[in-house]
Design a protein. Structure first.
Lengths: 408, 266
């Protein structure tokens, strides 16, 4: 008699589940119908697309990954990646606005905030009544964030914050800010030989707190409507309840927040790459040169083939990182890999799209030049490509260290 | 009031149709399937009626159900309809229904509708893939229902007296038609823009019932297919327009010459 073998059915699945598939279809339509055309206008005018954010709020996207308990959608991070990619295909600016809202502002509040803070801020973020921002970088330090000069003095009932935060996405448009500040006096750090980053704390600061002001809008190469500006803090009294986590936990909070954020930036980059590929391939099928469609030239085919492979590889890296996060596994390395790969891919794809469109690609008549400009920032923010390589290397070294050596 | 919206899946309007290996089949690879757009307008209209009638505590005065038949993939569209706000769905699942003719499909749907409670049946005015408007009308006939086709909007809903007033365009004017329920209405777009499924909608849809029904091959054959698709042909791609250059008298004589000698129409 034959023995039946139980085959494990879903050992590895590359199919989105029902909710993810429906979400993808919906957000694709939303972005195409509402954001795509406008992306050109806001690129020119620098106008923050408030109405895009409001539409996302109406559809519940501003609370996508926030738990149901606080009015969110409790969706997983694969869904998050899907949403950011689809929005970025139409408008990279709108994608980063939502990505910062969810992973840089709401996520750390949900993970490290007290119940009171969650009640107070998370619900409004979920409904899109609040727009969030995240302030780590300063004019004098970005990659070396622990060198921050912004200070928080513990005054008992409140902390007194002073300093300048730079490059803040959603800057002057946001309502709540996660601010990282050095809360340990230099003497104490010195006396206890505590490394600087161990002295950093994270705070929730509201726009209307006395002493909060903004610099001028930065005039940028790409994602020109994301309201990037400095956030200045002059003797801002932040109630002690607004400390996120514990004193000295700020740097850890920032790093784990960036792990999640990187999934979003990778997805934003992938959306730009996909849009570049879509534009270049459809253009190549219609444009003629030397009596034939340019897609018949192998030189053009090879460029498109490389992009097609890399876009798929990038998507798998993102889904892997997101899935690992959803499973509660450590995913720092995977998120950095996805971000590094996809951001470099986005710039390459924008460049290729311009090349395939020729002269037209170089003008604002087509979106290729905007894709190219929008792509570049993904190699810089939430950790430059160099920093991603450092993060990956550090993890590789750790992993090697954990392996048991070969038998002699 | 119980509303049932009858929906079908069609290829996305953006789809580049390719003929399959058999000449009477479409190559399904790469097709994105959507709710037939006019059926989506019907869902939107149903949800608007529901909102208008409102809800009262636990008891909903108005419920919206979906009824669909087709292969497995149809379920995606049903889920979308539920996420938009429909309350439940009945899904007659069968792969052989893909190429069933409108007669068989309407017989099948009508036989299921006989087991369901409804005051109002809604559907799209036509399917965008085969440009057919027959299914809902066949169903109305089969169930002995009044029907009004091509309705743009409802100008009055009288749930208590079971009456509905429809507005449809007719040769540049409007016809206002009042019908008593139960009735079947086929929907045009009107001013409706079908709502997007929201995150809450998607979450709620998970808990909504999709009643799956399977039918046997014999049952389907019993209805007797009345038409058969012999083959599909793609429309010929339109030739590029010819533009005549020069002064008007020259252009006119060139045009006349071309009409006579090339196009052979005069
Ligand atoms: C449009 C925009 C939006 C932004 N949004 C935000 C935001 O919302 N919140 C926020 O906090 N910040 C934000 N930033 C800041 C961003 O994260 C930083 O610009 C980035 O981290 C780099 O820091 P930096 O500009 O100070 O460059 P630096 O740190 O000065 O780096 C300069 C160069 O040196 C390289 N480098 C630095 N250290 C090393 C090293 N150890 N090894 C090898 N190479 C190294 C870098 O890779 C880079 O090439 C934003 C920036 C921009 C432009």
């Amino acid at each position: 008699m034959q023995k039946t073998v139980e085959v494990e059915k879903e050992s590895l699945s590359f199919k989105l589940n029902n909710d993810q598939a429906l979400l993808q279809k919906t957000i694709r339509e939303v972005a195409l119908e509402n954001f795509k055309e406008k992306a050109r206008e806001i690129d020119k005018s620098h106008r923050f697309p408030r109405e895009n954010f409001e539409l996302l709020a109406k559809l519940g996207m501003t609370g996508l990954t926030i738990s149901e308990e606080y009015g969110g959608g409790s969706m997983d991070y694969v869904s998050y990646a899907i949403v950011i990619e689809e929005i970025a295909k139409a408008c990279a600016t709108t994608a980063v606005i939502l990505s910062v809202q969810l992973s840089l502002c709401a996520a750390p509040i949900e993970k490290y905030g007290s119940t009171e803070l969650k009640e107070k801020y998370l619900k409004k973020l979920a409904l899109g009544e609040y727009l969030g921002a995240f302030c780590l970088s300063e004019p004098g330090n970005g990659s070396d964030a622990a060198a921050m000069l912004t200070k928080a003095e513990n005054k008992g009932d409140y902390y007194l914050l002073n300093g300048t935060k730079a490059w803040v996405t959603n800057g002057s448009e946001a309502n709540v800010y996660i601010i990282l500040a050095q809360s340990t006096p230099a003497e104490t750090l010195h006396a206890t030989s505590l490394p600087k980053h161990k002295g950093v704390s994270a705070f929730i600061v509201e726009k209307n707190m006395l002493g909060v002001s903004f610099g001028k809008l930065e005039d940028k190469l790409g994602i020109r409507a994301s309201a990037t500006c400095q956030v200045r803090l002059d003797d801002v009294k932040v109630p002690k309840e607004n400390l996120l986590g514990t004193e000295g936990e700020g740097f850890k909070i920032a790093l784990s927040t960036l792990d999640t954020g990187r999934i979003g930036i990778a997805a934003q980059a992938l959306g730009i790459a996909q849009a570049s590929y879509d534009l270049a391939s459809s253009y190549a099928k219609t444009r003629e040169a030397f009596g034939q469609k340019i897609i018949n030239f192998q030189a053009i085919q090879f460029m498109l083939v490389d992009l097609a492979c890399e876009v798929e590889a990038g998507r798998l890296l993102i889904y892997q990182a997101a899935h690992m996060k959803d499973q509660g596994l450590k995913y720092t390395r995977q998120a950095a890999e996805a971000k590094l790969f996809c951001s470099e891919l986005a710039t390459k794809a924008g460049n290729i799209a311009i090349q395939i469109l020729g002269g037209y690609g170089y003008t604002t008549e087509y979106d290729a030049e905007r894709y190219y400009r929008d792509a570049k920032i993904t190699e810089i923010y939430e950790g430059t490509s160099e920093i991603q390589r450092l993060v990956i290397a550090e993890n590789i070294i750790k992993e090697i260290g954990e392996r048991i050596g070969e038998p002699a | 009031m119980n509303i049932i919206v009858i929906i079908r899946q069609t290829p996305d309007t953006e789809t580049k149709i390719k003929i399959g290996s058999q000449p009477n089949k479409i190559d399904p690879t790469g097709i994105t399937w959507i709710i037939n757009p006019y059926d989506e307008f019907a869902i939107e209209k149903a949800l608007k009626i529901k909102e208008q009638i409102g809800t009262d505590g636990v008891e909903t005065h108005c419920s919206v159900s979906l009824l669909a038949c087709g292969p497995q993939r149809t379920e995606e569209s049903i889920r979308q309809g539920l996420a938009m706000g429909a309350d439940r769905a009945v899904f007659i699942k069968d792969d052989s229904l893909e190429y069933a003719d409108p007669y068989v499909i309407s017989k099948l749907l009508a036989s299921e509708l006989k087991n369901m409670q409804y005051d109002l049946l809604l559907s799209g005015k036509k399917l965008i893939d085969i440009e057919s408007s027959q299914i809902p009308i066949f169903i109305a006939e089969e169930l002995g229902l009044t029907h009004v086709s091509f309705v743009m909007k409802f100008t009055g809903i009288d749930a208590a007296n079971k009456k509905i007033t429809c507005d449809r365009e007719a040769e540049g004017s409007h016809e206002i038609i009042e019908v008593s329920l139960p009735a079947l209405i086929t929907c045009d777009r009107g001013e409706d823009f079908p709502r997007y499924a929201s995150i809450t909608g998607i979450m709620k849809a998970k808990k909504k019932e999709i009643k799956e029904i399977t039918v046997s091959k014999e049952e389907i054959e019993k209805f007797g297919q009345r038409t058969e698709i012999v083959s599909f042909d793609l429309p010929l791609s339109r030739k590029e327009a010819k533009i005549f250059e020069g002064e008007i008298p020259e252009k006119v004589s060139a045009l006349v010459k071309a009409l006579r000698e090339e196009a052979k129409v005069i």
